[in-house]
Design a protein. Structure first.
Length: 247
């Protein structure tokens, strides 16, 4: 029963969040834990599911030309480099204050997705400008993601939207970044945690199926405007969850 319930929920959340290029690890960790999975195993499994679901989604987005490699690569590189730095600072900073600030940021980011009408800013920019801006976004996302343990997708996506990227292009590019940042986190957790091979295999299959369905729905059935609304609501849901954790 644990495997059946978990697989259904994993498929559903993977599909929903893959449409936004976001990983669902922040949902899977407490979900698995509440269902009786030990916390170390829950964390490492959740991060691996991020890798699997967003890898599947990114392949779909790549084929549909919804990944901006020119901007995505500098974001990816600096995010991966700065994530361990943020994680190393975690014990020296008041976590409740940081989480409260991050909740405020997510509320702001959700408002951007719901109400902001971006204008393209980087379509004619030089490569040096693109690398500098992308690197800055990745550095902030990687550092804060490592510091808070929430991943950087929630920061990368609003940042790319503010730069004027079409919502679908921003989501596809964010998915590429989160694949690598999640894999880096998975390796760190897997080195110290035990993994149940059967549970991992079933959840991986469920994440792949859900992500494939969600990414295809995003590219064929949902408009950019509809996707912005979905992402905005998702960011506010994440903010609400984190706020409840603080209470």
């Amino acid at each position: 029963m644990l495997y059946i319930v978990s697989a259904i929920l994993v498929a559903g959340f993977s599909g929903l969040l893959s449409m936004a290029g976001l990983g669902a690890a922040f949902i899977f960790v407490p979900l698995f834990y509440y269902l009786g999975v030990p916390l170390p195993e829950a964390a490492s499994t959740a991060l691996l599911l991020n890798v699997v679901s967003l890898s599947v989604a990114t392949v779909t987005y790549w084929r549909r030309r919804l990944v901006d490699v020119r901007l995505g690569l500098p974001v990816l590189v600096t995010a991966v480099l700065l994530a361990p730095v943020g994680a190393g600072v975690t014990t020296r900073v008041d976590q409740r204050l940081l989480l409260a600030l991050f909740v405020g940021f997510l509320v702001f980011a959700g408002a951007i997705m719901l109400f902001y009408r971006p204008r393209p800013r980087l379509s004619t920019a030089s490569q040096a400008t693109v690398v500098g801006v992308g690197g800055a976004i990745g550095a902030v996302a990687g550092f804060l993601g490592g510091l808070l343990g929430v991943g950087g997708g929630n920061i990368v996506l609003p940042g790319l939207t503010l730069l004027g990227l079409d919502t679908k292009l921003a989501a596809g590019t964010t998915g590429l970044v989160v694949v690598f940042s999640s894999f880096s986190g998975f390796l760190g957790h897997a080195a110290v945690g035990h993994l149940d091979p059967l549970f991992l295999a079933i959840m991986t299959a469920a994440a792949a199926v859900g992500s494939l369905a969600g990414s295809r729905l995003m590219t064929t059935r949902i408009t950019s405007r509809q996707l912005k609304v979905i992402i905005g609501v998702l960011l506010w849901v994440v903010a609400a969850k984190m706020a409840l954790d603080l209470i």
